[in-house]
Design a protein around this ligand. Structure first.
Ligand code: NDP
Length: 312
């Protein structure tokens, strides 16, 4: 049976899912608003095809994409479970909103206040939440031989992805974490939330970013977790010449491949990376939660996103 996994489905499609899709297997999906740009279906369907070569059950698994507005998330989660969806990835703007509807299976969800991976557990009739963004970020940095442990980190953004990133930096014992965001009260909320987490070591400096801060040192890791840069004409979220020279600049955005922030890092000769490898690592960790398989085909997933980017 042919199933179009690149089509952008809506809440209306979900209300009518058996007729709309004719799909009878185990379904997975990424849910966001907007979502058309997502490479997750290409990445996960390639991984499922690979898994099916050694275990035929995965031949009946498919990964879809859904554009669901924030006010539709509660209804959508009920419909997803009623229609045999096993797993979901959540992206903008659902990562924090989902906490009202799910059971936080991993401590990272409560500690970060955000979930990006859900698994429906029939036994309890509820969605269990995980956060794999921090894992994805740490492994993407590792791919570039950049270690969070002992580093000063400047985190740009305080939304869903920033929350996972901030928690990972604390768990992996960065030396300091400074958070900069357009909306100041959101920084304070995030810092208050993180300070309650057991991951927050009292010796780690956790504070709002300030250009006048005498504690700003050279060789920090700058991480962009804002959505500023997604549009080609977007400004940079931080002028790198205004801070002591960083050791590495990471942008979670992967499309465009080089944001203004990364262009400036390149011009200044500072090593940098975009979010493509983070996408792969966080996706691989989601797939482990859904399948229970540890050795998911990360290389296949990486190749799939590379070729999806080239052909789009
Ligand atoms: P959210 O909507 O939860 O957060 C968006 C963040 O961006 C907030 O801090 C918001 O600030 C800030 N922001 C939005 N617009 C502007 C603007 N015009 N100027 C300054 N700041 C702005 O989104 P997510 O946290 O889920 O995602 C953030 C980014 O990270 C997205 O680009 C997403 O694609 C990327 N991402 C990449 C991943 C990967 O695997 N590579 C994984 C997860 C996310 P404010 O509080 O003021 O609104």
């Amino acid at each position: 049976m042919y199933v179009d996994t690149e089509f952008v489905y809506t809440l209306d499609d979900l209300r009518n899912w058996p007729n709309r899709s004719l799909f009878k297997g185990t379904a997975l999906a990424v849910v966001g608003h907007p979502i058309a740009h997502s490479l997750s279906p290409a990445m996960h369907n390639a991984a499922l095809q690979k898994l099916a070569q050694t275990d035929p059950q995965y031949a009946d698994w498919r990964y879809f994409k859904f554009d669901i507005p924030p006010e539709g998330l509660g209804e959508a989660l009920r419909l997803f479970s009623a229609n045999n969806f096993l797993g979901l990835n959540l992206t903008v703007p659902h990562k924090t909103l989902a906490l009202d509807y799910i059971y936080p299976e991993a401590a990272t969800v409560e500690d970060a206040g955000a979930a990006n991976t859900l698994k429906f557990v029939k036994e309890f009739n509820r969605w269990h939440g995980y956060n794999t963004d921090g894992y994805g970020l740490r492994h993407a940095l590792k791919d570039k031989s950049v270690e969070i442990r002992g580093s000063d980190v400047i985190l740009l953004g305080a939304g869903g992805a920033a929350r996972g990133a901030a928690l990972e930096c604390l768990v992996w014992q960065c030396a300091s974490l400074r958070i900069l965001n357009r909306t100041r009260p959101t920084i304070d909320l995030l810092i208050d939330h993180l300070k309650k987490s057991t991951a927050c070591n009292p010796l780690t400096q956790l504070l709002a970013f300030d250009f006048a801060d005498p504690g700003l040192h050279a060789n920090a890791i700058v991480i962009n977790a804002t959505s500023l840069g997604l549009k080609n004409n977007d400004e940079s979220p931080l002028d790198l010449t205004r801070i002591p020279r960083p050791a590495f600049v990471f942008d979670m955005i992967y499309r465009p491949a080089e944001t203004r922030l990364l262009k400036q890092a390149a011009e200044m000769g500072i090593p940098f990376a975009n979010g493509l490898s983070m996408l792969v690592h966080q996706g691989a960790q989601s797939l482990r939660h859904w399948t229970g398989i540890e050795s998911v085909p990360v290389d296949v997933m990486q190749r799939a996103v590379n070729s999806a980017l080239i052909s789009s």
